[in-house]
Design a protein around this ligand. Structure first.
Ligand SMILES: *[C@@H]1O[C@H](CO)[C@@H](O)[C@H](O)[C@H]1NC(C)=O
Ligand SMILES: *[C@@H]1O[C@H](CO)[C@@H](O)[C@H](O)[C@H]1NC(C)=O
Ligand SMILES: *[C@@H]1O[C@H](CO)[C@@H](O)[C@H](O)[C@H]1NC(C)=O
Ligand SMILES: *[C@@H]1O[C@H](CO)[C@@H](O)[C@H](O)[C@H]1NC(C)=O
Ligand SMILES: *[C@@H]1O[C@H](CO)[C@@H](O)[C@H](O)[C@H]1NC(C)=O
Ligand SMILES: [Cu+2]
Length: 236
């Protein structure tokens, strides 16, 4: 009986291993503790992706939409410094990475934060493309991503949301897998920039964008490169 069960159990284990969460916020070059500053996600055990881009859980995927925010710390971050997110294991799926920020009213640890059309993109890491190489996903099989908090962002409370759109089974609608996490931060030493364009999350995507609904293994003959979904990056 045990031997009979071994193969399916191993297969299920490997499936879970391929998925990931972002429990650790990276600030001042330090990888902080699991879920210290990142709102603990619904998939903290399963590691499964979000696939519904219009669901409220698409925003931050909190374990508890009401209470998780208040149970999470807020990290002080200096504008212009490098921050990042570390996954719980290697991110084995090819995809598109980005990070968004939103002012957090009344505070980063409030469940009300980030519900308006207030999110702006601060970083992206798209695959590269050429006719000879096809799409190249340099971000595949790494465990962390780092990026800069724009130095002109006004000081104050914010959420920083990391997102990978995994594209290995994205050839049908709803197939793209979203791996997300939201860190709660207090930005200090900021500037007087006006971040934009701003979008709502959920709302930013329909799921039909050419960068989301795409067969990366069978590109059209006239393909000219990856088209990032969502707004342009605000660099400050
Ligand atoms: C992100 O920053 C952390 C901390 O400085 C570092 O350990 C990690 O290697 C960086 N990740 C990448 C992909 O450069
Ligand atoms: C996606 O989420 C929206 C909003 O919660 C819901 O109305 C819709 O039925 C969901 N779609 C699927 C395929 O589950
Ligand atoms: C947050 O949690 C603290 C401690 O449990 C509690 O006193 C406070 O009322 C909570 N605040 C909100 C807005 O839920
Ligand atoms: C990062 O460094 C700044 C400046 O030294 C400090 O104020 C802040 O508390 C640090 N953040 C964390 C989360 O340690
Ligand atoms: C590529 O070809 C398809 C199918 O013929 C067509 O629908 C699409 O508009 C073309 N795209 C570009 C960028 O030319
Ligand atoms: Cu997967």
């Amino acid at each position: 009986m045990r031997l009979y069960l071994a193969a399916p159990i191993l297969a299920a284990f490997q499936l879970v291993k391929a998925h990931y969460t972002f429990p650790d916020f990276i600030v001042n070059g330090t990888v902080t503790s699991d879920w210290e500053y990142v709102r603990i996600t619904e998939n903290h055990y399963s590691n499964g992706p979000v696939t519904n881009v219009t669901d409220p859980e698409f925003r931050c995927y909190e374990l508890d939409l009401v209470n998780t925010a208040n149970a999470t710390g807020t990290a002080t971050v200096v504008a212009g410094s490098t921050v990042g997110f570390r996954a719980d294991n290697l991110m084995g799926h090819p995809g598109y990475f980005s990070a968004y920020m939103t002012p957090a009213v009344p505070a980063a640890n409030s469940e009300a934060a980030g519900k308006g059309s207030t999110w702006f993109k601060i970083w992206e890491w798209p695959p590269t493309w050429s006719a000879s190489t096809g799409l190249v996903f340099a971000s595949e099989n790494i465990q962390s991503v780092n990026f800069t908090v724009p130095k002109n962002v006004p000081s104050g409370q914010y959420l920083i949301r990391v997102e990978q759109i995994a594209l290995h089974v994205a050839e049908t609608y709803g197939g793209a897998q979203f791996y997300i996490g939201c860190a709660q931060v207090n930005v200090v030493g900021g500037g007087s920039g006006t971040p934009g364009p701003t979008v709502a999350i959920p709302g930013v995507y329909t799921g039909y964008e050419p960068g989301i609904l795409i067969n990366i293994y069978d590109l059209p003959a006239n393909y000219t490169g990856y088209q990032s979904p969502g707004p342009a990056v605000w660099t400050g």
